[in-house]
Structure formats: C-alpha cells, structure tokens
Design a protein around this ligand. Structure first.
Ligand SMILES: [Zn+2]
Length: 323
C-alpha cells in the first residue's frame, strides 16, 4: 500500500491541499477558502479539516499518511515551526502553526515559507526538474526565492537565507521597506515595475501606449508594459529593459554564489513568457564573466499556482519521510 504526504499551501484567500506519493504522483486535491477573519484558531481548524476531508475523499486512513507539509507566508521561525507574523491574515503573531496543525491531525507536520516550498515544487516537478542545484525567483508583488541544493531546501544558518529579492543590485538605489537601498525586488518585481512605469509616463511628455493605458484605466500593470513593449512602444521598452537588466544582475550574482544548473523564474512577470526569458537570458550572457562560459541556464517556471502545494508535500517527504 502506497504512503502519502499532504501538501498545504496557505494563502490569504484560499488554502490548497494535495496528496502526493513518494514519487510525487498526485493522488487527489481540494481547495477551501481561508477564514482569515477568524484569526489563527479558525485558520488552523480549516487546515486540519481540509486535510481530514482530503484523506476521506481519497478513501485513505490516517495510517496511510506520512505527514503534512505547510507552506505559509511569513516571516517564520522555520526551525521551531512558528509563524512570527503574517501581513495578509490578522492575529498571526508567534503562532506555533506546525505543532498545532500536527496535534490537530495526530500526524507529524513540517513548516516552511511559501517561496521556499514553491521553489522546491519547481525543483521536484517543474522548471527545475533534473537540476542538482536550483534557484527559484518568483516575480510578483515582491521577489520571493527558494534555493535547492542537493535535493534539500537551503535556509541558511538562521532560516532567512533565501531572501534574494533583497539582494542589493544598485548600491545607494531605491529605499526598500526592509531598510536597505537598491534591493532587486524594487527594480524587477511586477509591482515595482508597474510603479516605475507610472512614474516614467508621468515624467515624460511623449505620447505612447502606456500613457493611453494610464488615462483609460487609471493604472498601469506589468502586463500592460509587456504588451506595449511587444508592440514596440519606446517607453515600455525602456521600463521593461530596466527591470530585465537588474534581474540579470541578480542572476549573475546568484551564478557566482551558487553555480546552479538552473535559475527558474515564476510569478506574475513570468506570464510574459518569452518576452521575459529571452531578454533576461541575453542580458545575463552580456553581464556574465569571461572566465568560463555561462553554464547556468535560465528557465520559466511551469507549475504556476500549484508549485506551493507540490513543494509543501515535497518538504514533508524530505523532512518526515523515511531517510
Ligand atoms: Zn529590501
């Protein structure tokens, strides 16, 4: 009889649950709304209930389940399974999420942050599959990242080791909410790219597609910039290429530190597909040192919103499964 781990991806709106065997074959999934207004007690009860429902739905018993992996927004104290804070859901201050879910289910549990588990999902089943060393960047509101080395998530000495969005790519540059200046996410995340596009349109007297978008919709998104760029809009090219440049700077630094086989790019910006990956590959080649040929390859993520639930189950197998 096969054994399974449950992956749980805790988001601000929904909680995803999925069962995976050791070979990471999916054996069922479900989704439930996050009862954010009910605070930690309600959210923990919803996680426990969702896991129980999934086990019943697939006609399994508790004894078929090795453990539960939870991917959660943070900051977290990963070693102790604690959510230190959660910007999207109120009341999560120093909540022992791992142990409370584990106790509620009567099963071992593991906790990791949402970007680490998404990276692990892409490593196991997505754009990083087959790589021994892989770095994942998710380009959304900010830039989240996950680092996988020799099959394990790398977390650093204090559990905060994979915060590549806060790698400084422009010393003395834009002030980041983290207190540093010139963090990569301030240049290359979907959110900050859109913010910069708006600034650039407002400061420019030129007519262009983005000016039209701003006048009509009252805002500019990263997707608007990508689409205007594809149509040759001059300002959109400048804005997009600036984000690409700093992303490539970050990728060269990642290559120098980790020498990964793959850097995988996901999140909202990755929906631009070849309009993202092709220029960033070119800029990466241009900025790369000449001591060796570039061997790190850049790829798009392939799992989309499923990366978290896949990786959460993977982390459970890695931490709780037979060694
Ligand atoms: Zn920062």
């Amino acid at each position: 009889m096969s054994k399974y781990c449950i992956g749980v991806d805790l988001g601000g709106t929904n909680i995803k649950f999925a069962l995976f065997d050791k070979g990471m074959q999916s054996a069922g999934a479900l989704e439930a709304p996050t009862p954010g207004a009910q605070g930690p007690d309600g959210v923990i009860a919803a996680i426990v209930a969702g896991c129980d429902r999934l086990i019943r739905q697939e006609k399994l018993a508790k004894s078929d389940i090795v453990g539960v992996g939870i991917g959660s927004p943070g900051p977290l104290d990963i070693a102790n399974g604690i959510v230190l804070d959660m910007p999207n859901i109120g009341g999560f201050k120093n909540v022992h999420l791992r142990d409370r879910v584990g106790a509620g289910l009567g099963l071992p549990a593991a906790l990791d942050n949402d970007a680490n588990v998404a990276g692990y999902g892409e490593y196991l089943c997505g754009g990083g599959k087959g790589a021994r060393v892989m770095v994942f960047l998710t380009l959304g509101t900010g830039i989240g990242s996950g680092i996988v080395i020799d099959g394990h998530v790398f977390r650093g000495a204090h559990g905060i080791g994979a915060e590549l969005g806060h790698m400084i790519v422009e010393p003395g540059g834009e002030l980041c909410g983290c207190g540093q200046q010139g963090c990569m996410e301030h240049y290359s995340s979907a959110h900050y790219l859109a913010q910069y596009a708006r600034r650039a349109v407002e400061e420019s007297n030129r007519k262009g597609l983005l000016k039209g978008v701003l006048e009509k919709a009252g805002k500019i998104t990263a997707r608007d910039v990508a689409e205007a760029r594809a149509q040759g809009d001059e300002l959109a090219c400048v804005v997009w290429d600036r984000a690409i440049h700093y992303l490539a700077v970050g990728c060269v630094n990642i290559a120098r530190i980790f020498d990964p086989e793959r850097i995988v790019l996901g999140g909202g910006m990755a929906k631009a597909g070849k309009d993202l990956i092709e220029p960033v590959r070119q800029e990466f080649q241009r900025l790369h040192w000449n001591l060796t040929d570039p061997r790190t390859e850049l790829f798009l993520a392939t799992l989309g919103n499923d990366a978290g639930v896949v990786g959460a189950a993977g982390v459970a197998w890695d931490e709780l499964g037979p060694k």
